[in-house]
Structure formats: structure tokens, C-alpha cells
Design a protein around this ligand. Structure first.
Ligand code: NAD
Length: 279
């Protein structure tokens, strides 16, 4: 069994990105990222802080637009329009989830697709589905980069994606399909999840449920990617896979933390640098 070390790979990527950022500086460009953070959700605040720190070390100028949870949809839209017009900002991301009175789709659709470094805008989603270039959501993109770094080619593999959200499972499915894997996608209404995971060479899980994937659900020698982030009652961060028991059966597995999480941030930085290069 080999660990897929996302932490180490993301550190290497950040060093490369810092060099690219310096090259842009020489041309008078400082890559810029605007983050919209609404409300005081603790996890969202932590993620935004991590993104801010990563921008700092890569030479990306970041600005956080922090807003109270009572803010109106119109006001958020106004700020997005302002960011869209700002020539010094290359990327914009809206930290999700948003409060219930805000229509998330309307907010995402307001982002200029050229600045949509999270890849959530329907324009970029459509390009991904069509196998065209565009911004790809950072988490599934990070998974693809991790596989590539370990010379794991999805072509011809039976892949099973567990979790079908717009930001994780669905783009993951499309990326794997574009890479010629045969993809099964499962969600909360899937009958007999084990039947699907058991026959997969590559299992990618992003649900948010501790120990959803157990030893009996994984075939010998499978590759297992755990996207889930859960906090246990003891305050420990774990994924969706019963790591202790599943890992010995795998050829490769990601740890949590230190697997997909750091790759997500690295891909956000990379998307922002690319946006600045396209300025
Ligand atoms: P979500 O709640 O939007 O979607 C969850 C998906 O899981 C849904 O498609 C749902 O149908 C499916 N699901 C729920 N229960 C299931 C079950 N018992 N069996 C099969 N499928 C089931 O969540 P999300 O935003 O996609 O995030 C999923 C997980 O990934 C969370 O733990 C989140 O914290 C984590 N996440 C991690 C990163 C990272 O960088 N590592 C990034 C984004 C999300």
C-alpha cells in the first residue's frame, strides 16, 4: 500500500506557482483573488484563512469581502459586479454554503466565467462536460493531479464516485470520463452501495460521513481517494473511509488530513495564476 501524499505534492506545486507569480510580477502583474465570505460559519472561516495564507506564500494578492449573514442578495451581487470590473482581480470565489435566504445559483451565475477560479459557473461546467478547456472545480482537479503525480492513469479503469454534488462528485465523474475511465456514480439514493464500490479499481468518496466506506466494500488492490472531511466528537479530522481497515487492502490510498485537502488549495492557486496569465 502506498500513501498518496497530497501535502508533499501541494508544497511542490506551490513552489512552482510562486515562480510563475514572480514571472508575472516582472511583467507588472500581481495575481489577485477576491473571496466572498458571508456569515460566521466556523469551517468556512477556517477554509478562507487557509486560502488567504496559501495566497500569501505564493505571491497572490488576496482580498476577503467579509459580510454579515443578514446581508441581502442584491448587495452580494453588487460586490460581485464590482469585482468583475476590477482589472487587478483575476479570480473570485464565493465561500459556500451561503445563508438560506441567498440563491446560490444566482450568485454563482453573476461571476464572470473568466474569473470563475472555482469552476462552478454553468459556462465552465458546460465546458467540462464537453471536454473543453475551462476552469475546473479545485477538489476534483486536485484528485486528478494527485493521480497523475503517482502515474495512475484512469484510462480503462472501473471507477466508482461516491457523492454526486455539483462541487465534488459530478465534476469528478466528468474528469474521469474525459480521462476514459468507466464511471459509476453513487449518491444517497443508491441501492446497495457496496455492489458498486466492490467492483471498482478506483473508488473516490466525497460524502461527509465517517466510516461510510468499510473494508468489505473495497476490492483487493483498489485505489481509494477520500475527499470527505469530518470532525469526530474528539475533535479529530477524519475522512469517509475507515482508513485503518481499508488501507491494508489498497494499492494506493489518500490520508485525511494530508491527501485531497491540500491539493484543493493548490489548485485554487493554480487556477488564479492561470487567470492572471490570461489577463
Ligand atoms: P454535499 O452534502 O453537497 O453532497 C454530499 C453527496 O453525498 C450527495 O450527492 C449525497 O447524495 C451523497 N450522500 C450522502 N449520504 C450518502 C450515503 N450514505 N451514501 C452515498 N452517498 C451519500 O457535500 P459536498 O460539498 O460534496 O462535500 C462532501 C464531502 O467532501 C464533505 O465531507 C466535505 O467536507 C468534503 N469536501 C472536501 C474537500 C477537500 O478539499 N478535501 C472539498 C470539498 C468538500
Amino acid at each position: 500500500m502506498q500513501l498518496l501524499d497530497g501535502k508533499a505534492l501541494s508544497d511542490t506545486i506551490k513552489i512552482e506557482l510562486k515562480k510563475e507569480s514572480q514571472t508575472l510580477n516582472e511583467k507588472g502583474i500581481t495575481p489577485g483573488l477576491a473571496v466572498i465570505l458571508v456569515g460566521d460559519d466556523a469551517a468556512s472561516q477556517t477554509y478562507v484563512k487557509m486560502k488567504e495564507k496559501a495566497c500569501d506564500i505564493t505571491g497572490i494578492y488576496s482580498i476577503i469581502h467579509k459580510m454579515p449573514s443578514t446581508i441581502s442578495q442584491e448587495k452580494i451581487l453588487e460586490i460581485i459586479h464590482m469585482i468583475n470590473q476590477n482589472p487587478n482581480i483575476d479570480g473570485v470565489l464565493v465561500q459556500l454554503p451561503l445563508p438560506k435566504h441567498i440563491d446560490t445559483t444566482k450568485i454563482i451565475e453573476a461571476i464572470d466565467p473568466k474569473k470563475d477560479v472555482d469552476g462552478f459557473h454553468p459556462f465552465n461546467v458546460g465546458r467540462l462536460v464537453s471536454g473543453l478547456d475551462g476552469y475546473v472545480p479545485c477538489t476534483p482537479l486536485g484528485v486528478m493531479r494527485l493521480l497523475k503525480a503517482y502515474h495512475i492513469d484512469p484510462k480503462g479503469l472501473n471507477a466508482c464516485v461516491v457523492g454526486a454534488s455539483n462541487i465534488v462528485g459530478k465534476p469528478m465523474m466528468n474528469l474521469l470520463l474525459n480521462a476514459f475511465a468507466t464511471v459509476d456514480i453513487c449518491h444517497i439514493y443508491t441501492k446497495n452501495l457496496k455492489e458498486h464500490t466492490q467492483k471498482a479499481d478506483l473508488v473516490i468518496v466525497g460524502v461527509g460521513k465517517v466510516n461510510l466506506i468499510t473494508e468489505d466494500m473495497i476490492k483487493e488492490g483498489a485505489i481509494v481517494i477520500d475527499i470527505g472531511i469530518n470532525k469526530t466528537d474528539e475533535g479529530k479530522i477524519v475522512g469517509d473511509v475507515d482508513f485503518e481497515r481499508v488501507a491494508p487492502k489498497c494499492s494506493y490510498i489518500t490520508p485525511v488530513p494530508g491527501g485531497v485537502g491540500p491539493m484543493t488549495i493548490a489548485m485554487l492557486l493554480e487556477n488564479t495564476i492561470h487567470a492572471a496569465q490570461n489577463r
